[in-house]
Design a protein around this ligand. Structure first.
Ligand code: GUN
Length: 284
C-alpha cells in the first residue's frame, strides 16, 4: 500500500511570509510608510469573519498595515461603492479586498468592478482576469496562485502534465486552469455537467479540486501517483472538510494537500504577495 507525501501548506506559507516580510520592511524604509491593505466585510457571515480575521493577522505577521471596514448586513450598494471610491483614492491603501459573498449577491459584480485594477489584490477585476487569460502581467487570484506554489513545492514538473481542474468558478477553477496552462500543463476543466467524470479525473497527473462538496473525490477517481490539491473548505459542525476523501485518496496519490493546512494558508500568503506587488508596481 502506497502512502502520499503530505504537502504542508502551513510550512510553505511560513517560509514565503518570511521573504515577504523582508520586502515589506524594504518598502517601509524606502517610502516611509507601511504597505496598506483595506479589507471590507459586509454583514455577519461566520466563515467570512474568520477569513477576514486571518487576513488581518497575516498583515501583522508580514508587516503590512490593515484597514478593516465592517459594514452592516443592510448596507446599500451605494454605501459600499462610495467606500470603494474612497479606498481607490487613498494613497496609503495599496490593496483592496471585498470579502465575498456579499449579503446581497446582486451587488457583487458592480462592487468588484469598481475596485481599481491596480489595487485589486484578489485578481477578480475583469482587467486582471483578462490579463491572466492573455498571459500579461496581472494580479492573479490568490487561491489559484497558492495552488501553483503548492504544486511547485513538490519539485515535480508541471510542463507537459495533464492537469484536471474540477470546478469552473471565477474565483478558483477558471484562473487555476489559466495558471496551469501558463505553466505548460495540458488542462482539462470539469464541472457539474461533465459526463464520465471519473474517466477524466483518473487520467490526471495533477488534480485540482474546487467544487465545494465534502469528500466528493474518492480513491477510484484518482490516478496512482497523482498530485492532488484540495481547495475544498466545507464546514460541518465546526469541523473543516475538503472536497477530497483524504484518508483513502492519500493511499493512491503521490502528493496531497490536507484540509485544513493545505491551500487555506497559501491563499492568504498569496494575498500578502499581491498586496506587496500592487504597492511596488505603483513605485516602479
Ligand atoms: N470568499 C471566498 N474566497 C474568497 C477570496 O479568495 N477572496 C474574497 N475576497 N472573498 C472570498
Amino acid at each position: 500500500m502506497n502512502k502520499s507525501e503530505i504537502i504542508d501548506g502551513k510550512k510553505l506559507s511560513g517560509e514565503i511570509r518570511l521573504q515577504l516580510k523582508v520586502q515589506a520592511e524594504k518598502f517601509e524604509k524606502e517610502f516611509g510608510r507601511k504597505i496598506g491593505l483595506a479589507v471590507v466585510l459586509v454583514g455577519e457571515n461566520a466563515a467570512s469573519k474568520i477569513y477576514v480575521a486571518n487576513k488581518i493577522k497575516a498583515c501583522e505577521e508580514v508587516g503590512l498595515k490593515s484597514f478593516a471596514y465592517y459594514l452592516p448586513e443592510t448596507a446599500e450598494k451605494n454605501e459600499i461603492l462610495e467606500l470603494v471610491d474612497t479606498l481607490n483614492a487613498d494613497k496609503n491603501v495599496d490593496g483592496i479586498l471585498i470579502q465575498l459573498p456579499l449579503p446581497d449577491k446582486s451587488f457583487e459584480k458592480e462592487v468588484l468592478a469598481r475596485v481599481s485594477p491596480d489595487k485589486d489584490v484578489d485578481g477578480f477585476h475583469a482587467v486582471n482576469a483578462g490579463n491572466l487569460l492573455l498571459g500579461n502581467d496581472n494580479l492573479s487570484a490568490c487561491t489559484p496562485s497558492g495552488v501553483i506554489e503548492l504544486i511547485k513545492s513538490t519539485g515535480c514538473k508541471i510542463s507537459g502534465k495533464h492537469a484536471v481542474v474540477l470546478g469552473r468558478s471565477n474565483i478558483v477553477g477558471k484562473p487555476a486552469a489559466m495558471l496551469l496552462l501558463q505553466n505548460d500543463a495540458t488542462v482539462t476543466i470539469c464541472h457539474s455537467k461533465t459526463e464520465h467524470l471519473s474517466d477524466i479525473t483518473s487520467q490526471a497527473d495533477i488534480l485540482v479540486v474546487a467544487i465545494g462538496k465534502k469528500e466528493f473525490v474518492k480513491k477510484d477517481m484518482v490516478k496512482k501517483g497523482a498530485i492532488v490539491i484540495d481547495v475544498g473548505m466545507n464546514r460541518e459542525n465546526g469541523k473543516l472538510y475538503g472536497d477530497v476523501a483524504f484518508d483513502e485518496v492519500s493511499q493512491k496519490a503521490s502528493y496531497i494537500t490536507p484540509v485544513p493546512g493545505g491551500v487555506g494558508p497559501m491563499t492568504i500568503t498569496m494575498l500578502m504577495n499581491n498586496t506587496i506587488k500592487a504597492a511596488m508596481s505603483g513605485k516602479r
